[in-house]
Design a protein around this ligand. Structure first.
Ligand code: SF4
Length: 471
C-alpha cells in the first residue's frame, strides 16, 4: 500500500505551523522544515494530531447515513426553523468554506468573537497581526499571554529577540522565565510602554472586551505596536472575510438560545460544547454540526466530511500569511451547497478569497501588505480583580478542542500552600457555585490567591472563576 502524504497546516491555533501528515493505516505527523511560520518545529498539540483527527460519521437522529442525506436533512431543518437558526464557525476551516458559509448565514452569523463591543476602527488591528520576523527585531516585548502554554511556537521568536538584546516584560499571573520583568495583571498601571514596545496579546471568544480595550488604549497612548494571536487555524481569515458582516457575539448566541429565540444551531467545523454550556445546548431543537473531526457535542445531525488536512483551500495565519491546505477534498463545500440549494464552485470562491486578501496567488513565503490603520482614542480602565481567590483558565489548543491533556493539576504559590497547610503530594479542594473538585497542585511563582489551570475541570465560568479553596 502506498502512503498518502499531505503537506498541510496544524489546526491547533492560528500560528500556522506547517507539517506533513502521513496516512499509513494510522496518522503520522512529520516535520516540514521549509514551513516559514515554524521552520518544522511543532508543539505537543501539533504532535498529537492523530488524536484530533479521529474518524467521524454522518448521523441523523442517532442513525448513520451518508453526507448527502445528512446535508439534505440539515437543509430541511434549517428551512423549517427560518428566523430562529444561528450559524457558528470559530474559523477552523478554509476561507472558501467560510465564504460559502457566510452566504447561508447572513441572518445570524457568529464567529465567537465579540467585535460589537470593540471600536470598529480597531477591527483590522484585532484581525491581522504582524510578521513574526518583526517580533525577533523588537526592542521591548510585552506579553499579555503565557507563550509556553498558549502559543508555544512563539517562544523561539522571543528567544531570538532576547538574544538580540530585547527586554521582555510579562503582564501575567505567574512569573514567566523568559521575561526579565513580571507585572501582575492587577498592577498593569505600572507597565511602561514606549514607541519601541511591541505588545503581544490574544483575541478570542472568551476575551474580555474591557481588557482588550484597555490594552489597545495603553498601546495607543504610548505609540507602541500590538499584535493579537488567535486560537483557531483560520481565525484571521474568518475575521478578514467577515469584516463587513454583522456578527453576533458568543454571549449573545448563548442568551438567544436560552431565551428560545434561537432553536436551531448550525456549526461549521466548530465543536459548540467547547464554549457553550451543555444546559444551553440542550435547549436547542436542532443541533447540526458539519465537521471533519470527532466532536463532543451531542448533535441531532452530523454532516461528516474529510478532515482539514485533506481539504482544498486557503488558511490565513496570525501574520496574514495565506497558506494552501494541501488536500484536494471539497465535500465540505458540497455539503454547504446542498444546504444553500446551490452548488458552490471552489474556483469562484477562491478568486473571491484572493481578492478580499489582496493577493494574486497563495504563496506561503510572502506575507501580503495589510493596512494597519490607526484607531482613535479609547476610554478604558483596568478592571479591578473581582474574586478574592480565582481559578484562571489558561486556554491552550487542548482546551479549545476539548481534548484531554495530561496536566491535571493547578499551579499555586508557596504562600497558599503554607496558609492552607497543604501536604506535599496531596490535593486541594476547589469550590465554585456549589460544585466541588479535588485537584493535585504544583508550586509555581503564581500571584497570591490565584490558581492557574491549563485544563478544564468543569467548574469554570470563563477565563476567571471565583472559587473557594481548602485542604
Ligand atoms: S503552535 Fe499552534 S499551529 Fe503550531 S504546532 Fe502548536 S498548536 Fe499547532
Amino acid at each position: 500500500m502506498t502512503d498518502n502524504v499531505y503537506s498541510t497546516i496544524c489546526p491547533g491555533c492560528n500560528f500556522g505551523c506547517g507539517l506533513y501528515i502521513r496516512e499509513n493505516g494510522k496518522l503520522e505527523v512529520d516535520f516540514r522544515k521549509s514551513s516559514p511560520a515554524n521552520a518544522g518545529k511543532l508543539c505537543r498539540f501539533g504532535m498529537s494530531l492523530s488524536r484530533l483527527y479521529m474518524p467521524v460519521k454522518s448521523i441523523v437522529d442517532g442513525k448513520e447515513t451518508s453526507l448527502e442525506e445528512a446535508a439534505k436533512e440539515a437543509a430541511k431543518r434549517i428551512s423549517a426553523s427560518k428566523g430562529s437558526t444561528a450559524f457558528l464557525s470559530f474559523g477552523n476551516t478554509t476561507c472558501e468554506e467560510l465564504l460559502a458559509f457566510q452566504k447561508i448565514a447572513e441572518s445570524y452569523l457568529c464567529t465567537g468573537a465579540n467585535f460589537e463591543a470593540l471600536p470598529k476602527d480597531a477591527y483590522q488591528i484585532l484581525s491581522v497581526g504582524i510578521p513574526y520576523s518583526e517580533i525577533e527585531t523588537a526592542k521591548h516585548i510585552v506579553l499579555f499571554i503565557d507563550p509556553y502554554e498558549q502559543y508555544p511556537l512563539i517562544v523561539r521568536r522571543l528567544l531570538s529577540a532576547k538574544k538580540k538584546g530585547a527586554k521582555i516584560t510579562s503582564v501575567w499571573w505567574k512569573d514567566l522565565p523568559i521575561a526579565g520583568e513580571n507585572i501582575r495583571p492587577a498592577d498593569v498601571s505600572k507597565l511602561q510602554l514606549t514607541k519601541d514596545s511591541l505588545v503581544i496579546a490574544d483575541f478570542h471568544s472568551l476575551s474580555d472586551a474591557e481588557q482588550v480595550k484597555n490594552i489597545l488604549s495603553l498601546v495607543k497612548n504610548a505609540g507602541a505596536k500590538i499584535t493579537f494571536l488567535k486560537p483557531f487555524a483560520n481565525s484571521t481569515g474568518a475575521y478578514l472575510l467577515y469584516k463587513d458582516a454583522k456578527q453576533k457575539s458568543l454571549a449573545q448566541l448563548v442568551e438567544d438560545i436560552n431565551k428560545g429565540t434561537i432553536k436551531t444551531l448550525f456549526c461549521l467545523e466548530s465543536d459548540p460544547s467547547a464554549l457553550i454550556p451543555s444546559e444551553t445546548l440542550s435547549k436547542l431543537t436542532n443541533l447540526i454540526v458539519q465537521t471533519g473531526q470527532a466532536v463532543s457535542a451531542k448533535a441531532n445531525v452530523v454532516i461528516a466530511h474529510e478532515p482539514l488536512y485533506k481539504k482544498k483551500g486557503t488558511l490565513v495565519n496570525n501574520e496574514g500569511r495565506a497558506q494552501a491546505l494541501g488536500g484536494a477534498g471539497t465535500s465540505g463545500l458540497d455539503a454547504l451547497g446542498i444546504i444553500a440549494g446551490a452548488k458552490f464552485d471552489f474556483n469562484v470562491l477562491h478568486e473571491s478569497v484572493k481578492k478580499s486578501i489582496g493577493i494574486a496567488s497563495v504563496d506561503e513565503f510572502t506575507i501580503p501588505k495589510y493596512d494597519r490603520p490607526a484607531y482613535g482614542a479609547i476610554q478604558a480602565a483596568a478592571k479591578p480583580a473581582e474574586a478574592k481567590t480565582a481559578l484562571v483558565s489558561v486556554h491552550n489548543p487542548f482546551m479549545w478542542f476539548n481534548l484531554a491533556d495530561d496536566n491535571d493539576f493547578v499551579e499555586l504559590n508557596l504562600n497558599v500552600v503554607r496558609t492552607l497547610k497543604l501536604l506535599k503530594g496531596g490535593t486541594l479542594k476547589i469550590k465554585s457555585n456549589g460544585s466541588a473538585i479535588e485537584k493535585k497542585f504544583k508550586v509555581a511563582p503564581v500571584q497570591d490567591n490565584v490558581l492557574l489551570a491549563g485544563r478544564k475541570f468543569g467548574i469554570e465560568k470563563g477565563i476567571l472563576t471565583s472559587v473557594e479553596i481548602s485542604r
